[in-house]
Design a protein around this ligand. Structure first.
Ligand code: NAD
Ligand code: DAU
Length: 339
């Protein structure tokens, strides 16, 4: 089986490459990534060094390179994760989000259709559904109501993929997962930022009242869901993927847990100005993937968070290198005017 993973040097993509290599050792995996600020070849370097996975540096918006790659390799399965993924960056500038997330996805599905890829898995997000009140869950038929430019670009890409299923009988499934956490998570997102800031004795900038709720999914559980969708998911269908029942928490509680695990004082917590149009709550109904594909999240949140904290403790050089580079100017820009 020839498999392409796009965004393979990013957080979820690199975890997926490790997971697929472990679970399907006979598969020939190509890891594709442009290596933007979020891509890091160190995330998959052991597999690359041992020649177990091959790497292609390519921009998914570049149709000539993408078509050449598909013509050469004739992939059976494509897992599409390459994207601009951070909401705060999309608020600063939306252009790259439309380019990569919308145009890049269109280039990939054109190539996948042309070169007869048997299965395309488009990795999307629960953010396309918008914001929930204190109760209820997003189902796969909840109307799309994206709030941020990031979420709007993902919603557009979902619709483009699903239109190919209808128009061309293209065999794609769309997955919409909740907030992932785990190893190799870029420290601009809440959990890795707060773990690493706490380790450095720096403030934990909690947006607004800290009561926005996210539903946390351990990244390996997510990868297991993606493999099942690739192997058994129905064409033209959307599958929600979410965490264990204890995974839904206000940011304030997640911050508390991180601080406690690291034995840090509560003085580190710094309430700061809110994100514009900050979605209040995400939570997904995962009945469909459970009933159809037998998938359920396995990792309780506290256990996954402990493993994650231990990983960041054992891999300081990985995140210290990131935080000392161009990341610093983004951090300044995002946090300096929040009061
Ligand atoms: P990430 O930002 O860590 O990684 C994205 C990767 O895509 C990076 O390695 C980057 O270099 C690469 N990339 C960006 N533009 C590219 C381009 N033009 N061509 C080729 N590669 C390019 O993101 P992530 O958190 O791993 O998210 C992966 C996917 O999962 C995204 O599609 C995201 O929308 C989706 N998702 C993420 C989460 C989450 O909690 N992290 C939740 C739901 C959905
Ligand atoms: O729901 C899935 C989405 O989860 C994915 O589609 C996105 O790619 C991913 O980035 C994530 O989006 P969020 O905006 O929910 O994640 P983030 O880690 O940026 O923020 C999580 C929550 O924490 C959110 O309510 C905002 C808050 N937050 C975030 C940061 C970075 C803070 O309070 N302070 C911070 O410094």
């Amino acid at each position: 089986m020839k498999v392409l993973v796009t965004g393979a040097a990013g957080f979820i993509g690199s975890n997926l490459v490790h997971f697929l290599h472990r679970e399907r050792p006979s598969w020939k995996i190509t890891a594709l990534d442009l290596l933007t600020y979020a891509g890091n070849l160190k995330n998959i370097s052991t597999l690359l060094d041992e020649g177990r996975v091959s790497f292609e540096k390519a921009d998914i918006t570049d149709s000539e390179s993408i078509n050449a790659l598909f013509e050469r390799d004739k992939y059976d399965i494509v897992f599409h994760l390459a994207a601009e993924s951070h909401v705060d960056r999309s608020i600063m500038s939306a252009r790259e989000f439309v380019s990569t997330n919308v145009m890049g996805t269109q280039v990939l599905i054109d190539a996948a259709y042309k070169y007869k890829v048997a299965k395309f898995v488009h990795i999307s997000t629960d953010e396309v559904y918008g914001s929930l009140g204190p109760t209820g869950f997003f189902t796969e038929s909840t109307p799309l109501d994206p709030t941020s430019p990031y979420a709007a670009s993902k919603a557009a890409s979902d619709l483009m993929v699903l239109s190919f299923c209808k128009t061309h009988n293209f065999n794609a499934s769309v997955t919409r997962c909740t907030n992932n956490y785990g190893f190799y998570h870029f420290p601009e997102k809440l959990i890795p930022l707060f773990i690493t800031n706490a380790m450095e004795g720096k403030k934990l900038p909690l947006y607004g009242d800290g009561m926005n709720v996210r539903s946390w999914l351990f990244v390996e559980d997510h990868c297991d869901g993606l493999l099942r969708v690739a192997e058994k998911g129905r064409a033209g269908e959307v599958y929600n993927i979410g965490g264990t029942p204890d995974c839904e928490l206000p940011n304030r509680d997640v911050t508390f847990m991180i601080r406690e695990m690291l034995g840090k004082s509560k003085d580190l917590i710094q309430p700061v100005g809110d994100r514009p149009a900050h979605d209040r709550r995400y939570a997904v109904d995962t009945t469909k993937i459970k009933n159809e594909l037998g998938w359920e999240a396995k990792t309780p949140f506290k256990q996954g968070l402990e493993k994650t904290v231990a990983w960041y403790n054992a891999n300081r050089s990985w995140w210290e290198e990131i935080k000392s580079g161009q990341y610093r100017s983004y951090y300044e820009k995002n946090y300096s005017n929040r009061g």
